[in-house]
Ligand binder design. Structure first.
Ligand code: SAH
Ligand code: SF4
Ligand code: F3S
Length: 481
C-alpha cells in the first residue's frame, strides 16, 4: 500500500471513530439530562512522555463524549496507561490494581481500563485474564484511537473487552485531544523504534518505527500556535532518524527548519536523540536556530565501548565524546543530560569505571541513572554473566555520587545573567512566587503575578540553589507569547 492509500484508510478510520464519539456523546447527554450527573474519569500515566501524550489523546476522547475528569480513583472510569521499560514499572501497576479491585467492589458500576506498553506483553495479559477478572477494557499501544469504540463495546456487552494489536502502520490523525498545559504541548513526530538496543523492550511493545507526514506535524503545530502554545516538545524514541521511511524522505534537521518558521512558536524541544544518528546537519541547525532550546538529552547508557557493542548501541565511547565536543563547539552554552544503565550483563569494574570517566569528562547537567532490569524476550535477558544485584547497587550508588558532583559543577553557571523564561505555574510551595523554565530546562522561582503564566519573560537570575535559581523579573522585561 502506498502512502496515499494509507491516508484514505486512516481518514476513514478517523471518520468512524468520530461517529462513535458522537453516538456516545448523545447517550451521555441524555443520561445527564435524567440524572443531572456527568460520569467521571481518572487516568494514571506510568510511563514516558510518549505515554503521557497518549493519555492526553484518551482524555480528549473522554471529554468529548461527556465524561468529566477527577483527580481521585473514586471515579466511574479509571484508566492506567502502563509502562514496562523496567520490571518495577510492572510491579507498581499490579500493586495498584489490587487496590482498584477493592474500590470496584464498593462501586460495582465502575469501569477499569488498562492500556499502554505493558499490555503488549502476552504474559501480562494472561495474568490479567486469569487473576484480575474485574478489569473491563484492555488495549495496547497501537489502537489508542479506537478507545471510544472499545468503551462502546464494553457498555453494550458486559464482558472483558480485549483488543491488542501486534503492530500497525496506521497513523490516525485529527481525533480529539486534551492538553495538560495551554501554553506548551508535546507533538509526536514518529512512533515505534527500530533500534533494538539489546536490553530494551520498547521496540517489541511499540512496534516498528514510522514517521508522521511533515504536513500533518506542521499543521498540528500551526493549530497549537493559534491556540496559544508557545513551546513544543517533539517526541520520538529516536528523533534523529525521523523521516527515513517516508515516501518523500525528510531529515529531522529539515523538519526543524520548517517548524522554526511557524509564527507564535517560541521554543522547540525534542526527545530522544540517539547518538548514532545525530547528524552534522542537526548540529548546524541547532547552532543557527533562535527557537531550539539550549538543551540536549543524549543518552550514553554506558561509557565502555565493549558494553556499548553488546548493548547494540552502534557508537563507541570515543565517537560519543567526539559528538559531545562537536555539539559544545557549535552551541557553547548547551546543557547536556543523559541516561545511564549500570549492571548490564557482563559489566566489569573496568567497564563501570569507563562510564564514571565519561560522566566526569562530559560534565552532564543531570543524568537519569538506572539499574539494569531484565526484560523477557530481549537479547540481553538471555546473556550469561548477569551482574549480581548487590554489585549493581553498589555501582549505582557510586555513579549517583559522580553524577551529583557533575551537576553541582555545572549548576549556577548562569547566575547574575538575565534569561528568557517561560512562566509555567504558581510555585507549589509558596504562592507568592511563580515558577518558570529556562531554555536549558532548569527552573527559576521569582515573585510575580499569575497573569504571566504562559508568557515568555526576562528574568534576572539572582541566586543559584544548585538545581534551580531564585530570580526577579528583569525591569526591562520584554513579554511575548
Ligand atoms: N529511546 C530512548 C530511551 C527510551 S527508554 C533512547 O534510546 O535513549 C528510557 C531509558 O530507560 C533508556 O535510555 C535506558 O537508559 C533505560 N532503560 C531501557 N531499558 C532498560 C532496562 N532493561 N533496564 C534498565 N534501564 C533501561
Ligand atoms: Fe529502546 Fe534503544 Fe529504541 Fe531507545 S533506541 S527505545 S533504548 S531500543
Ligand atoms: Fe515509554 Fe515505558 Fe512504553 S518508557 S515507550 S511507556 S515501556
Amino acid at each position: 500500500m502506498g502512502n496515499s492509500d494509507n491516508a484514505n484508510v486512516n481518514d476513514l478510520e478517523a471518520a468512524k471513530q468520530l461517529d462513535i464519539i458522537n453516538q456516545l456523546r448523545i447517550r451521555f447527554d441524555q443520561e445527564f439530562e435524567k440524572t443531572g450527573k456527568r460520569r467521571t474519569y481518572h487516568i494514571e500515566t506510568f510511563g514516558c512522555q510518549m505515554n503521557s501524550r497518549d493519555s492526553e489523546k484518551i482524555s480528549g476522547i473522554l471529554k468529548q463524549i461527556g465524561y468529566e475528569e477527577t483527580d481521585s480513583e473514586k471515579a466511574d472510569l479509571v484508566l492506567y496507561n502502563t509502562c514496562t521499560v523496567r520490571e518495577n514499572a510492572n510491579n507498581r501497576v499490579f500493586g495498584r490494581l489490587g487496590y482498584l479491585g477493592k474500590l470496584k467492589k464498593s462501586n460495582p458500576g465502575m469501569l477499569i481500563a488498562l492500556c499502554g506498553c505493558m499490555m503488549q506483553e502476552d504474559i501480562v495479559v494472561d495474568k490479567l485474564k486469569k487473576s484480575y477478572r474485574f478489569v473491563d477494557i484492555i488495549f495496547g499501544t497501537h489502537n489508542i484511537f479506537k478507545f471510544a469504540e472499545l468503551l462502546q463495546t464494553r457498555l453494550e456487552s458486559d464482558r472483558m473487552v480485549i483488543d491488542l494489536w501486534k503492530d500497525t502502520d496506521m497513523i490516525v490523525e485529527n481525533l480529539p485531544n486534551d492538553r495538560k498545559y495551554p501554553f506548551k504541548a508535546g507533538v509526536n513526530i514518529m512512533f515505534g523504534c527500530n533500534n533494538y538496543c539489546s536490553y530494551c523492550i520498547v521496540p517489541y511493545v511499540r512496534g516498528r518505527e514510522r514517521s508522521r507526514n511533515p504536513q500533518d506535524i506542521l499543521e498540528e503545530i500551526r493549530t497549537l500556535a493559534a491556540d496559544g502554545v508557545v513551546e513544543i516538545m517533539l517526541l520520538g524514541q529516536n528523533v534523529n532518524s525521523y523521516g527515513k521511511n517516508l515516501e518523500t524522505p525528510m531529515t529531522f534537521a529539515g523538519l526543524l527548519i520548517e517548524i522554526e518558521k511557524i509564527e507564535g512558536i517560541e521554543r522547540i524541544r525534542f526527545m530522544t536523540s540517539h547518538p548514532k544518528d545525530l547528524s552534522d546537519e542537526l548540529i548546524e541547525v541547532m547552532a543557527k536556530s533562535k527557537k531550539i532550546c539550549k538543551h540536549l538529552h543524549l543518552p550514553v547508557q554506558s561509557g565502555s565501548s565493549r558494553l556499548l557493542k553488546l548493548m547494540n548501541r552502534r557508537y563507541t565511547k570515543e565517537s560519543y565524546l567526539e559528538l559531545v565536543r562537536k555539539i559544545r563547539a557549535a552551541v557553547p552554552d548547551i546543557s547536556l543530560t543523559t541516561d545511564i544503565i549500570v549492571g548490564f550483563p557482563g559489566e566489569t569494574e573496568e567497564d563501570f569505571l569507563e562510564t564514571m570517566e565519561v560522566v566526569k569528562q562530559v560534565g552532564y547537567d543531570s543524568a537519569f541513572t538506572f539499574i539494569y532490569s531484565k526484560r523477557t524476550g530481549t537479547p540481553a535477558a538471555a546473556m550469561e554473566n548477569q551482574v549480581p544485584e548487590a554489585a549493581a547497587m553498589e555501582r549505582f550508588d557510586r555513579l549517583l555520587k559522580e553524577v551529583q558532583q557533575s551537576s553541582a559543577r555545572s549548576a549556577g553557571k548562569d547566575v547574575h545573567t538575565v534569561q528568557k523564561v517561560l512562566v509555567e505555574e504558581v510555585n507549589t510551595q509558596d504562592p507568592s512566587l511563580l515558577t518558570g523554565r529556562l531554555s536549558n530546562n532548569l527552573l527559576v522561582h521569582f515573585p510575580g503575578d499569575m497573569g504571566l503564566i504562559g508568557k515568555i519573560i526576562d528574568v534576572s537570575l539572582e541566586e543559584s540553589k544548585g538545581f534551580y535559581y531564585m530570580g526577579k523579573i528583569s525591569p526591562a522585561a520584554t513579554i511575548t507569547g
